[in-house]
Design a protein. Structure first.
Length: 123
């Protein structure tokens, strides 16, 4: 349940970050920064950070301060949520593998180190 909630929040923050990124790239093209806009598009994650930095730098002139802030906050939150989701998945996989190993050992039977007890020997 927690994994699904985390995945849903991750999807939401990624959509918000992407929309802000697109808005900032459009502003770059409109204000004669086509080279920077193309670099932002081509360089993926680093490009998003470039777009947010340019959005902050030219925020007063272009009116992109709020968009850059929202986009950067959503980007950081999505990175944290992604890390949490990956760690939850690793923990779940370890739990499953441990349960399988335990079942396999029980199926094979546990070897005993104690010598067999024999009560029939007359003294």
């Amino acid at each position: 349940m927690l994994t699904a909630l985390c995945a849903g929040c991750l999807l939401f923050t990624l959509v918000v970050a992407f929309v802000c990124f697109v808005m900032l790239v459009i502003k770059m093209f409109q204000n004669g920064r086509a080279g920077l806009a193309i670099l932002s598009i081509v360089s993926c994650v680093v490009g998003a950070l470039i777009a947010y930095i340019v959005g902050f730098k030219n925020g007063k002139e272009w009116g992109t301060s709020k968009t850059a802030t929202i986009g950067l906050v959503a980007f950081v939150i999505s990175a944290v949520l992604f890390s949490a989701l990956v760690s939850m998945q690793f923990a779940e996989n370890k739990r499953i593998l441990d349960a399988r190993e335990k079942a396999r050992i029980e199926e094979m039977g546990k070897p005993t180190l104690d010598p067999p007890v024999v009560d029939d020997i007359p003294f």
